[in-house]
Design a protein around this ligand. Sequence first.
Ligand code: KG4
Ligand code: ZN
Length: 358
Amino acid sequence: MVVLGIETTCDETAAAVVERFEDGRGRILSNVVLSQVSEHAAFGGVVPEIAARAHVEALDVIINKAMTQAQRRYNNIDAIAAAAGPGLIGGVIVGLTTAKAIALVNEKPLIAVNHLEAHALTARLTDHTPFPYMLFLASGGHTQVVAVRGVGDYVRLGTTVDDAIGEAFDKTAKLLGLGYPGGPQVEKEALKGDPNRFALPRPMVGRPDCNFSFSGLKTALRLEAEKIAPLSDQDVSDLCASFQAAVVDVILDRIRTGLRMFRNKYGAPTALVAAGGVAANQVIRKVLHRLAFEIGTVVVAPPPELCTDNGAMIAWAGAERLALRLTDGLAAAPRARWPLEEVAGVQPAAPYRALNRS
Ligand code: KG4
Ligand code: ZN
């Protein structure tokens, strides 16, 4: 089963071709990602209008590249998948509409993939991870702890009540005059800094749920920075190290609580799966390994290029859904907001060949 996947929900224009074998294993035939980072850098964050226009300009070239690298033509592809949300709606419309056009012209089924579901299922492409597992998705737009029990069977155990973790890193970087995206810069600076110099809060630690909050931490950091301004290089490093230490403590406590919730409800998870750009952070990865070790499970952290937004994860989620005959009609709507729990799972026969009139 071979699926073309299209991703345009944020600032990456991406397309990929992925194959799924009958035993449930997967293989990436091509994975092409064009990052718009440079176009947004001057603004310190993603500008939706700029993102949508950039997707329009680049998408056809990126799709052609993905098809060429995979050495496939549309007549030997089984379905077209596109991220239909959640995300910046302009970009989502560009990707989904393009996918619909390709599906219609080539008489192939369309699969409207939830972007979060694609992050959630990537571990099955890379590591063939069996259900049920716990997902910790931490990116610039999302902070979610999810029990992944099957395709279309997701239970959110926790989320952020304000900023996403990546957003907190990006805002910290912006405040301290570091570049965008902020995560890698903050991590680099933190290596040279003293994590104990500033006593920053650990929001939500000790709470019985596994939710997160970062706005108080951000404010506390700003106040500390203002107190000692102008900042020396060492001050910046110490602030980064203290910030990262606080985030790590929060993650340790929150994920530990999440794992406990998971075990109480569903038994032991087969793995703790990390996804999203923040999972590239080495200190955070170390904490996740420690947590997994504590409960006798393993960490599955896909390689960075599959942790951040990409087309392969969309194609793969499409293939997993196609295997269950979960396809969509051409009326599938783009969605700015689309909680994982609203993703449909296995249902009575979806019209698998609805688009295949031949
Ligand atoms: O998944 P992603 O590429 O895009 C979405 O947001 O969907 O994640 C990007 C986010 C940014 O906020 C970036 O600052 C953060 O991931 N990030 C990191 C690191 N690398 C990327 N955060 C902390 N440490 C890192 N090494
Ligand atoms: Zn993402």
